[in-house]
Design a binder for this molecule. Structure first.
Ligand SMILES: O=C(O)CCC(=O)C(=O)O
Ligand SMILES: [Fe+2]
Length: 262
């Protein structure tokens, strides 16, 4: 969806836009907010990430421009996530990107990045993991914009829904996906795509001579009763954490060196 230049400048969605964006994530499993980032921002980020992906520069993913606030605490996505996965969601640094090389020939297996919570129940729980993507080039069919199956994040009656191997991309969704319409996430560079990680999707071939890169930042609902979460995060240098905003320090709290971050 297009958002107003005012919402871009203020880095804040108005009530109506926010309501519509949340509705789309809830019902379709994703929303695209078009062109939230400036051309300058996109170029700087794309050059840094492509150099990193291509191993041209020994990139420190915990430095600028990788940890730019518009990436790690994307203000538009944060507003949506605060409503959908609760204000105290968390994430880990460094984040990653999804990049398809020039002339990449492969179609990925259809998969969901996350299973349902309570996969044995016949109803979908509210979202618990959300990924924020920021495309660093225009996404179109020629360069392999991701294909998604709107609404499939709510499908609970499929055997692959309860099979953890489904996340391992074994192809359990291919047949059923033929019965559900799909669309390509064609969007301008610098958009913000917010996606429920249960949504069925796949990477597509890149038939251009240019790399197709998007940032991928994963956010988790906080479940205070599940103490295991912080084990998985690498502790980051104190100076680096201290350089982040208070909000970012809270989001990335499991990267903190102290044992009692939760
Ligand atoms: O790069 C893409 O378009 C999607 C990649 C993806 O879904 C994945 O690797 O899990
Ligand atoms: Fe995926």
């Amino acid at each position: 969806m297009k958002i107003s230049s005012e919402e871009i400048r203020q880095q804040s969605l108005n009530d109506e836009t926010l309501f519509e964006a949340v509705r789309q994530v809830r019902e379709s499993g994703f929303v695209v907010l078009e062109e939230t980032m400036s051309g300058e921002w996109i170029d700087r980020m794309r050059e840094a990430w492509d150099a990193h992906v291509e191993d041209r520069v020994p990139g420190d993913l915990l430095s600028m421009p990788f940890i730019d606030p518009l990436a790690i605490e994307n203000p538009w996505a944060l507003q949506i996530m605060e409503i959908m996965i609760g204000k105290d969601f968390w994430a880990k640094l460094p984040y990653h990107c999804n990049s398809t090389a020039p002339n990449w020939p492969e179609t990925q297996v259809i998969h969901r990045d996350q299973l349902h919570l309570f996969p044995d129940l016949p109803i979908a729980m509210p979202p618990h993991m959300i990924v924020v993507h920021i495309p660093l080039v225009d996404f179109a069919e020629e360069n392999g914009s991701t294909e998604v199956w709107p609404g499939t994040h709510l499908i609970t009656d499929h055997e692959a829904t309860i099979d953890p191997a489904d996340i391992g991309r074994v192809g359990g969704l291919e047949k059923r996906a033929k019965t559900v319409p799909s669309i390509r996430t064609n969007m301008p560079a610098g958009s913000t795509l917010v996606r429920d990680m249960r949504l069925w999707h796949r990477a597509m071939p890149n038939r251009t001579v240019h790399r197709r890169t998007m940032l991928s930042l994963v956010y988790h609902r906080h479940f205070p009763s599940l103490g295991y979460q912080k084990k998985a995060a690498e502790p980051l240098a104190k100076e680096m954490m201290d350089g982040l905003s208070d909000r970012a320090q809270r989001i990335y709290r499991f990267n903190k060196q102290e044992a009692h971050a939760g």
